[in-house]
Design a protein around this ligand. Sequence first.
Ligand code: COA
Length: 439
Amino acid sequence: MEREIKVPNIGDFHDVEVIDIAVKPGDEVQLESPLISIESDKASMEIPSPAAGVVRKLLVKVGDKVNEGTPIVMLEEKAGTAKAPAAAKASEPAREPTKVKSQEPPPYAAAPAPQLEAGQRPAPVTPTSTQTVGSSMSARAYASPSVRKFSRELGVDLGLVRGSGRKGRILQEDVKAFTKAVMSDNRVFGKGSGAGLPEIPPVDFSKFGPVESKPLSRLKRLGAQSLHRSWINIPHVTQFDEADITELEAFRKSKLEEASTQGLKLTLLTFLIKAAVVALRKFPEFNASLAPDGESMVYKNYFHIGFAVNTDQGLVVPVIRDADQKGLFELARELTELAEKAREKKIKPPEIQGGCFTISSLGHVGGTGFTPIINAPEVAILGVSRSVMKPVYLNGKFEPRLILPFALSYDHRVIDGVDGAEFTRYLSTILTDIRHILL
Ligand code: COA
């Protein structure tokens, strides 16, 4: 008997998005087998099959918005397997869907999810020799209960699997691809084996004095994953340099009043974004990403610049899109708006995706230099420290000049040392004489 399976009672949720479809026409399903996953801004849920049978037709697709009662699947039901009467009235409460722990979209942190065209799937991640199966980050992975169950059955640590679903969600096929890659790899993956990282042994600190344990924020945990991933996968080199920003600062100050009449704060970061675009134009290999197979480079013909914002939950990297097409005031406005949104936890996934190059400014805090970690899949990041007045020997005498120290970390697999130094030298030239921005 063919039966239209509908979305059951999903509480107060309305227009909830279909994020995953677990079945296709012809699939045999058991009672309680997951049919689709839906996600609101608060939680994700799986809709299980209310009977055993064969899926005859899908009535929804990924991205559709559904409500209680929306038909999702035509099922040829196996007689006598339905849990609830097939002719249940719409007014009768349907079986509750499986609720999953609240999950917000991932990477709000330093490294955004891979940027993909609609419908495009990234190549499955092949495990690298530095991954250690069992060092579990599974609990933090973004996956539905059925995928979690599936990965448990196979003994796969979801923390090592890259999700190809929407917002980086891990799908069953990602787990399969990962497993296949591990099985076909000659290397041995296991705790402390092969080229795996040696583990830091756990310490019972309470043996040495009173301690208190506090959970990390979700943002910090996601950020930790991204930073660790970059750190262990990318051979970083950091090139230090400085720029004489005396003239730039004078110009910036001369424009402060005009900016403030428009409600804007024209900070140094605005100029840094502009200067970075000019340097990226001159050195396209810095505005690129290494292809996942490591065989080619993807050069970007757009200039989306990320900037690190410190929030009480952790680091967020909003992205200013098409920074090359925006004037200083427009950049200043966007920068302030995005930083505010980040701090108020209102930033949306598209606003942290698509970055080509990141700037991390600690200038307002102080310090003379630091080595920023690359925001993969980008290939370079600029770390800016506090500018200070220094005596500089110019035209036969010492003159007080405002000197800005900065550092560029770059991916040495794709950028040579000479290019790194030339990039920072050029950036210094632009910042010293901002007329270069016009060139
Ligand atoms: N040297 C000297 N002073 C600097 C400076 C620099 N390099 N950069 C900023 N300042 C000054 C500004 O001029 C401003 O001074 P003012 O209030 O007298 O005008 C003050 O520091 C505060 O600047 P701020 O408002 O923070 O603006 P910004 O545009 O420089 O930075 C953010 C905006 C969002 C990037 C910044 O607030 C932030 O969150 N930075 C943290 C980044 C981070 O955590 N990085 C670490 C990643 S590993």
